[in-house]
Structure formats: C-alpha cells, structure tokens
Design a protein around this ligand. Structure first.
Ligand code: BF8
Ligand code: SF4
Length: 618
C-alpha cells in the first residue's frame, strides 16, 4: 500500500520509506502478506479446543464435532481472548507485589517505598490498620492482602472497596463479582474446556468477571504499587516523536510495560562511569527514550521523552541511531529482533517469561537490579562505536507534551477535591469525559482515529483522558499541551485555561486505566449515583490486543459506554454480538458500540453524554 495510506505522521512515513529503500520488512508488509485473513477466524467461528476438531462452523455445517454451535464457540473464543489480556495486566501487577515483598524482606536494595503516604492511604482503603504502625509492617500486610487478591479464598478483590455500592450489588446479583484474579482466569480456562460452559451468555458473564478482576484487581494493584515504589505522577513537561532520539548520543529505548526494569535502566543511564565511557567513545551523553507503555510509565513519573507508540517501534530502530532496545514484556513485536539485526542495535530482553530468540538475555531480578541495569547500559554504550553514521536518519523535531496526571495530581490542581470538576460538569462547561485508550493496529491508518476522535470530542466540550499508545498520538498532534485549548470548545477552553492544563490529559499506561476507573468511582460516590449514571465514555479506536479487550469489557461491566473502532472476532454469533452491542445495557447499564468513523463516534458519545446529563437533572 502507498505510504500515505499507512500513517498520518511524517516521522513514520520517512522511516517506512527508509525501511523500503533498505529492504527491511515492517508490520505493514506482513499485514499485506496475511491479507485476506481466514474468514472463519475473523468471525470467531473456529475452534481448536480439542482434538476431535479443529472445527469451523457455518450455515452449512452449524456444529463442531462435539456439537458446539457458533454461539458457544464464539463466546468461548472471546472469553479466552479477554482472559489472555486480564492475565497479562494482572501478572504485571503481581510483579509489583513481588518487588514490594522483596523490599519488605530487605532483598531489593535498589527499590524503596517512595510514597509512604500513598501506601498508608491504600492500606486504609483495603482495611489494614496503619495508624501508629511502622511503614514496613504496613507494607507487609498490604503485600499479603494483594497476593491474596490473586487467590481463591476471598469473596471479592480488595479494591472493590472503591466501587459504588449499587454497582457492587449489581455484580453480586449477576454473578460478576471478581473474587480472585487467578481464580477467574483459571475458571475461564476450565469453563471453555470441551463439555463445560455451553451457554454463551453465561460464558460472557464470566468473561466480564475476569475482566473486572483485571481492572479492579491486577491492573489497579499494578498502578498503585508502581506509584508507591516509584512515585505518584505529577504534571510536568516532556517531548514526543522520533525526534527525541539524539544523533550525538548513545540512544537506549525501553519498550514493554513494567517500570521495575525501565526505572533501573534510567538510573543506570545516569551513572557517571558509564557516561564517561560514552564520552570516550565520542558520544555527548546517554539518552533514554520510551516506547509504548513502559515509556508511559517513565514519562508520567520521570518526564522521560516518548519515541513512539506501537506502530513506531520498528521504525524507531530504522533511524539507525539506536544502540539498544531493552524490553520487558507485552506488545513487543518479535520482528524487532530482525529489525535490530539490520543495524548495530542490541536487542536485550529482561524477563524469563518473555524471551526472544536472538536476543541478549538478562534474568532481571530485584536483588541485582542496578548491577544488571548497568551491564545493560554498558552494552548500549559499547555499541555506539559500531554505529554506521551513513545510515542514520532521525526525522522530525520533538513535540512538547504535558504529562503526569494521576488522580492525586488532578485533585491537587483542583484545589483539594473533585468539587470544581463536578461544578464544571454541572455548569455544562465540561459536558462529560471520554477515556481514549489503547493501541495501534496496522489495519487502521496509524493514529488517524486516535487523533481524529480526540479532536472531535474536545471541540464538543468533552474532556479527553488518554492512556497507552493513544498518548503518543495525542502528544504528536499537539493535544497534550495547555495551548491545545485553542482546539477545544468554549467551555472546556475556559476550564482548562483557568487551570493551565490541556484538554487531553495523559493519565498513564494501559494498566493505569485503573486510574480512570478510580476517578469514575470517586465521582459516582461523591454524587451518590452509579458509574453508569455518569456522563462518561471510553474508547479504543485502534485497538489490537487481548489486553485492550479486557479493558473494554471491564469498562462496560463497570457501567461505561465503550467504543471500539473495529469489532472483535465475535460477528459469527448473533447472540454474542447482540449481547455486546445492546443486551448488556439491560444487565450492566452500558454496551459496546463499533464505529470506524471518528465524527460519527463523537456524535454517539455526545448523544449518550447528553442523555446521562439529563438523567442527572443537568
Ligand atoms: O498496554 S496501548 S499497543 S503498548 S496494549 Fe500495547 Fe495497546 Fe500500546 Fe501498552 Ni496497551
Ligand atoms: Fe470441535 Fe468441539 Fe473440539 Fe471445539 S471443542 S474443536 S468445536 S469438537
């Protein structure tokens, strides 16, 4: 396909052109090779859950060998899909609990409890006594409570304490209360074994429960403990796009999700000895930049610049100026090893659960974190000598962005409570809010919908909250600076202008969608209504991953009207599709809607928000 159809960005276009000139294959060529995709798989009507099959069902052959019909097969496939996402986020959350455990046990010399106050607040929220107790004792109890959230002995995960009672009662009635993270994940694998849950709606209810265990369990634990250990984000300025890669420096890109690794790489990149060695080799410094969600983690807390989102990861290496790409897990295209192999770039993986053939491997551990991080940075520094200056091309100048909007920071900016925000909503200056979250997908022109929808919404005085890969898109479009109020409607312009904040707020990585859930719950609790009564929405316009599906489903199950730019592989079942786009309204007070056009999407959000405002008497 012509380059102009692939992306809206000049930096991306320049690098795709360079890749083609140098004969390097990217995601776009591979998508072309894979198109057309299998029609049965697209519809969700294939099953490989046993060896009587695999089966493909259709009108002509409506049942698999075991007798499962399209409804059962689609529901099982979607259930497992969501569960994969919930497992990814939640296992990331578990890694943070393990770091907290190592801190408590004195076995993580390079990590500490940075936010004692936040840890005490969390303890209070989950029913652990903290007043007058030593912080390490509190940390131990919090750690044990969160580990227990993963098991099966609890009636509900701890952070359900944040959820409005009405919503909790509804979940209890529907059998949707998340009891334990691992429990719901394991139960979904059980239910979808041949001969178990053969009632599509029942399977989907459990899919929602598994997603809720992610949103109010694993992800929320991940976010909150990351804040406790690395600091709660505060507003600050940074930059984004490939221009953040520096021609005269050793460039290290961190990619993946977990700040446990990337925070240590950042600290090691500031080591004076390594800096001296970099200078000896002719570099003027060591430059760290982020990709995807671990980039968001470092951006939110440390202001580290963002090189790009999902579809920029291959292209960042193609600048020819990247000495090392250091990855942990999730959303790391295996192709990066091959792309790195076309240059002097070292590809370094750090997690035993996410190894890449051909990578330099580190089994990154809390006990040895800094020493390992220094070794990794040293590999990058030495690679500078191998760089081929003739192949370096860094497109574009970095764009300014404002980041660091945690709920704590927002409340502080509002003067200590959510009241001014509620007043702005009541007055109609802010009509409502939509979280735009998630990914890129090469099937959709890169960032066209992410940016298009954000612009359309702020024009209509709808505040946008961005996380995940949407962040970089919004940033590059100039939407993450206070000056972006010029693109907003008059009400939003007035409110954001007076607070000095952008009309699109960067709320963090994908696990940080839990911050948005917490904000919605807090608003609902303040107003004494359910989350489904709020004038809010969620969207993932260019989503691709299992994790995005889990996020979408926990948003809907929490009562938030949720947009997807393209459908999941469920259209082969009318029952499942109808439930997703309409039937869920009666159950949980919200549905999914699928719409590829950003203007129509904004219309639908506006309609919904106006209806919710009316419901609240506004
Ligand atoms: O968790 S937005 S492409 S990087 S899945 Fe992945 Fe999607 Fe990016 Fe982060 Ni989220
Ligand atoms: Fe076929 Fe049923 Fe086995 Fe699936 S579980 S592969 S539909 S026989």
């Amino acid at each position: 396909r012509p380059i102009d159809q692939l992306t809206i960005w000049d930096d991306a276009k320049a690098m795709i052109r360079k890749a083609r000139a140098e004969g390097i294959e990217t995601v776009h060529e591979r998508l072309d090779q894979q198109t057309p995709h299998c029609k049965f798989c697209e519809l969700g009507t294939t099953c490989r859950n046993c060896t009587m099959g695999p089966c493909r069902v259709s009108e002509k052959k409506p049942r698999g060998v075991c007798g499962a019909d399209a409804d059962v097969i689609v529901a099982r496939n979607f259930g497992r899909f969501v569960t994969g996402g919930a497992a990814g986020h939640s296992d990331h959350g578990r890694d943070l609990i393990e770091v907290l455990e190592a801190i408590v046990e004195g076995e993580a010399p390079d990590y500490k409890i940075t936010e004692e106050g936040k840890l005490r607040t969390i303890a209070g929220e989950i029913g652990i006594k903290e007043a007058g107790r030593d912080i390490m004792d509190v940390a131990k109890d919090v750690m044990e409570c969160f580990f227990a959230d993963f098991g099966s002995r609890k009636k509900e995960v701890s952070f359900l304490s944040r959820v409005p009672q009405k919503r909790k009662d509804l979940w209890a009635k529907l059998g949707m209360t998340p009891r334990g993270v691992d429990r719901e994940i394991a139960e979904m694998m059980h239910r979808t074994h041949m001969g178990c849950d053969n009632d599509a709606p029942n399977t989907l209810i459990h899919a929602a429960r598994t997603a809720l265990a992610d949103g109010w369990g694993g992800s929320m634990i991940g976010t909150e403990l990351s804040d406790v250990i690395f600091g709660t984000p505060k507003p600050r300025m940074s930059t984004a796009n490939l221009g953040v890669i520096k021609e005269d420096q050793v460039n290290i890109l961190v990619h993946g999700h977990n700040p446990v690794v990337s925070e240590q790489i950042l600290a090691a990149a500031r080591d004076p000895e390594l800096l001296a060695r970099a200078k000896e080799l002719g570099a003027s410094g060591i430059n760290l930049a982020g990709l995807c969600c671990t980039g968001n983690e470092l951006l939110m807390r440390q202001g580290i610049p963002m090189a790009g989102n999902h579809l920029m990861t291959e292209l960042a290496i193609i600048t020819g100026a990247v000495e090392a790409i250091v990855v942990d897990y999730q959303c790391i295209m295996p192709s990066l090893v091959q792309v790195a192999g076309c240059y002097h770039t070292k590809f370094i993986d750090t997690a035993n659960k996410a190894r890449f053939t051909g990578a330099i491997h580190f089994d990154f551990q809390p006990r040895t974190a800094m020493q390992q991080a220094k070794e990794i940075v040293s590999i990058a520094v030495e690679a500078f000598a191998e760089r081929d200056a003739g192949r370096v091309e860094i497109p574009g100048e970095p764009i300014e962005i404002m980041t660091g909007f945690s709920n704590e920071a927002v409340i502080e900016a509002l003067g200590g409570s959510l009241d001014p925000l509620i007043q702005a909503i009541v007055a109609g200056d802010i009509k409502g809010a939509v979280g735009i979250v998630g990914c890129n997908n090469p099937k959709i022109k890169h960032d066209s919908l992410n940016v298009g929808l954000a612009k359309e919404l702020i024009k209509r005085d709808i505040l946008v909250i961005a996380t995940g890969c949407v962040t970089t898109a919004a940033g590059k479009a100039g939407l993450l600076v206070p000056g972006a109020i010029e693109m907003a409607g008059p009400g939003l312009k007035k409110v954001c202008g007076s607070l000095g904040i952008p009309p699109v707020l960067h709320y963090g990585s994908c696990v940080d969608n839990s911050r948005i859930m917490q904000l919605c719950a807090a608003l609902a609790n303040t107003l004494n209504v359910d989350i489904s009564d709020l004038p809010v929405g969620a969207s993932s316009p260019e989503w691709y991953s299992e994790k995005a599906a889990a996020i979408g489903l926990y948003a809907v199950a929490s009562g938030i009207y949720t947009h997807l730019g393209h459908p999941p592989n469920i259209l082969g079942s009318e029952t499942v599709t109808n439930l997703a786009v309409s039937g869920l309204e009666d159950l949980v007070g919200a549905t999914f809607f699928i719409e590829p056009d950003p203007v129509k999407t904004a219309d639908l959000f506006e309609e919904r928000i106006n209806a919710k405002r009316k419901g609240l008497g506004l």
